[in-house]
Write a protein that binds this ligand. Structure first.
Ligand code: V4E
Length: 239
């Protein structure tokens, strides 16, 4: 298990040049499709828990213990621009976490939305089936609510005196939205402050003004395609 600490930024036309100037190295380009799942009542996302299947691999992002404690407490401006999520990639752990988070709320309310709305298993696709969709997605009434593809350019930026470089991703989603991310991966329980400082230094080197939170692909997707779900998440202060 690992923790992803990340700051998003507006990806304008100068960013590639700026990355080159500060010595960032392009480490690859890729394209992937993400399919996000929740139950129809949005029990997962309303708890800031994000279940997705990316190119056949399941991932769950959920808030860290520290984040839950810090919510409501005063946090620094630099900290408020960051997100920090635990990433779980083992399917048995993901299923256990989903059950824990929902208290199995998603299950046991009569026919699932898939049955109700006549959704076919093909709508879920082979990625879900590889994870045994019929037994757990269906049982927990989890259905896809967002599907999009992303073209990503990844860079690393070394820093003097730092063992690990920072990673910068430039993402272009297929629904017409671009965003940049400065990212540090920590082992679970790893120290937050050095990661925060490393991200802050990188943001300064990129000349980012960093006055307010920058929305991610999910904000943009839900705003465009699922406005009711988006409104619920805004009201719950999840997005
Ligand atoms: C955590 C989260 C979501 C899941 C997707 O996370 P994100 O890092 O935005 O996506 P992506 O494609 O860059 O994943 P990676 O390849 O880095 O693993 S969707 C919404 N959230 C919550 C969230 C939030 N509340 N605020 C911000 C700025 N970002 C995400």
């Amino acid at each position: 298990m690992r923790v992803e600490v990340e700051r998003k930024f507006v990806c304008n036309s100068d960013v590639h040049e700026k990355l080159r100037e500060i010595g960032a190295v392009c480490v690859g380009q890729c394209e992937f499709e993400d399919k996000y799942f929740d139950c129809p009542e949005h029990h997962l996302t309303l708890r800031d828990v994000w279940l997705r299947c990316r190119q056949g691999s399941w991932e769950l992002k959920c808030p860290t213990q520290e984040d839950r404690q810090e919510r409501g407490e005063q946090e620094s401006h630099a900290r408020s621009l960051l997100t920090r999520y635990r990433e779980i990639t083992s399917l048995p752990e993901i299923i256990a976490k989903v059950r824990e988070v929902t208290g199995e709320e998603c299950a046991g309310h009569g026919p699932s939305r898939m049955e109700d709305e006549g959704m076919r298993m093909e709508d879920v696709d082979e990625c879900s089936l590889r994870g045994g969709a019929l037994s757990w997605l269906n049982e927990l009434h989890l259905v896809p609510f967002a599907v999009f593809s992303t073209k990503r350019c990844s860079f690393t930026l070394a820093e003097e005196g730092q063992q690990h470089g920072v990673r910068v991703d430039l993402d272009q989603a297929d629904f017409g939205f671009c965003v940049g991310e400065i990212e540090v991966l920590l082992p679970d329980g790893g120290e937050m402050q050095p990661a925060l400082e490393q991200i802050e230094r990188t943001a300064q080197r990129l000349g980012l003004s960093g006055e307010k939170r920058v929305p991610g692909k999910m904000d943009a997707y839900l705003q465009k395609y699922c406005p009711e779900h988006y409104k619920k998440l805004l009201n719950a202060k999840i997005l």
